[in-house]
Write a protein that binds this ligand. Structure first.
Ligand code: HEM
Length: 414
């Protein structure tokens, strides 16, 4: 395994086809029937084809369009309503965005939404959160000593990760079967229907049931933890920095006002809010080493020969906390604002990766984060309960980074 650091090397690895592979270790493939399937842990022509088709179907059902904005706004209204119902009480915020995020994705993928306190979905989200804590992106001991699954299945985490994926796949299989039973080939309702119709109409080029299940799993796993943890860190830095909260609310009051629902078109006039989101993406770097790439052949990189089959991790957390940034540990949105008050993009910021394997969820994530923050801060002042210490900004390790548990009081703004 090689860890690549620095803007130039990370860009080079991300843009050379020879590094477009994905690892094939036990940890990475046990979630997908031991095979390279889907988008995230797949490569070659099968990956290219599946990625293209998934993006096409997502777009057909409203991805990155006004429909998607409507789904996010609807979920924000539900979230604000829930927080109004428990206003003034300390809320454990660590899982607060989970069902909201799944609902937005599942409107496109499976055409349905769940109540924000739905027990089955809460359990499912908790399982996904647990699997992301069980190891890290390298795949840990399960990848390097795979036969440990027979010697110490419990101690190595194998049993837990396997059982969790059995449950998640059971849920996805059930969702796909419900679609099969009600399928109308002339009226596709969502991404799952589109895949099933392709299967009926062109069986020779179609995707298998396992492939469809892994595509759903990819979207669920890649799209849930990352956004939920970035939103969580956003809340964390807002409650740790009262001046940030005051400036955000001043901008919301000026551009949106107290009543009108925030929209994505407000973004161009809300430079400070956009800067807070960029700073949250930088400082939290929830995908600290991206998703591992793999060398598909022997390749020269700088002064080194990287042998075929080597896993290549990108030191994104390091990139976002390195010398380029002044006082990298300080949450300072102003670093993304020019002297003239415009938003400044910085090429050292790459939370979604770059190149052909770049994240497909960047547009969705940025829209979600903007609407989460503006909807919540329009209606509430966020406070740490009396007697609680400030939550720590130190991340908790795993496949993604998260925060230690902490409580927040949502105080309605008058
Ligand atoms: C703040 C939120 C997010 C962050 C920070 C993030 C970050 C990343 C990163 C670093 C990669 C790896 C890029 C590489 O391999 O070079 C990635 C890939 C991916 N992301 Fe995201 N992501 C986020 C949200 C989402 C969402 C909402 C979705 C679902 C729609 C999603 C779906 C994917 C998929 C499918 C891939 C694999 C792409 C491929 O291998 O071709 N991500 N993401």
């Amino acid at each position: 395994m090689v860890v690549v650091s620095g803007k130039d090397m990370i860009k080079e690895v991300s843009t050379r086809a020879v590094f477009d592979g994905r690892p094939d270790g036990l940890f990475h493939l046990m979630r997908q029937f031991g095979k390279k399937l889907g988008v995230v842990f797949n490569d070659g022509t099968s990956w290219l084809n599946t990625r293209r088709v998934v993006l096409k179907y997502l777009k057909n059902f409203g991805y990155n369009t006004r429909h998607m904005e409507n789904y996010i706004s609807e979920e924000c209204r539900a979230l604000v309503k829930l927080r109004l119902s428990d206003a003034g009480k300390p809320i454990l915020v660590n899982n607060m965005f989970n069902i909201t995020i799944v609902n937005i994705l599942f409107r496109l993928v499976a055409g349905k939404r769940y109540d924000l306190e739905d027990e089955k979905l809460t359990m499912l989200c908790n399982l996904i959160m647990r699997v992301f804590r069980a190891t890290d992106m390298s795949g840990g001991i399960l990848n390097y000593i795979p036969y440990i699954q027979y010697i110490a299945p419990d101690l190595s985490g194998y049993t837990e990760i396997k059982n969790i994926h059995v449950t998640i796949h059971g849920f996805l299989r059930e969702t796909i079967q419900q679609h099969q039973q009600t399928l109308d080939v002339n009226n596709p309702r969502d991404v799952i229907d589109a895949f099933l119709i392709e299967k009926v109409q062109s069986p020779d080029v179609s995707f298998t049931d396992e492939e469809l299940q892994v595509v759903c799993l990819d979207l669920l796993e890649a799209g849930l933890e990352t956004v939920a943890n970035t939103a969580l860190f956003c809340v964390l830095h807002i409650v740790r920095n009262d001046d940030v909260q005051r400036k955000l609310q001043a901008e919301i009051d000026e551009v949106i006002g107290p009543q009108r629902a925030p929209t994505l078109s407000d973004r161009t006039r809300m430079v400070y809010t956009e800067a807070v989101l960029l700073e949250s993406l930088r400082i939290s770097s929830v995908a600290p080493v991206g998703i591992p790439h793999m060398a598909l052949d022997d390749a020269r990189l700088g002064n080194y020969i990287i042998p075929k089959g080597t896993y290549v991790l990108m030191a994104l957390y390091d990139l976002h906390h390195g010398e380029h940034w002044k006082e990298p540990g300080v949450f300072r949105p102003e670093r993304f604002i020019t002297k003239d008050g415009n938003l400044m993009q910085d090429e050292w910021l790459m939370p979604f990766g770059t190149g052909k394997r770049r994240c497909i969820g960047e547009g969705l994530s940025r829209s979600e984060l903007f609407l989460f923050v503006t909807n919540i801060l329009q209606k509430f002042r966020l406070k740490i309960p009396d007697g609680d210490t400030l939550p720590s900004a130190e991340p908790v390790d795993g496949v993604t980074l998260t925060a230690e548990p902490f409580h927040v009081i949502f105080e309605p703004r008058t």
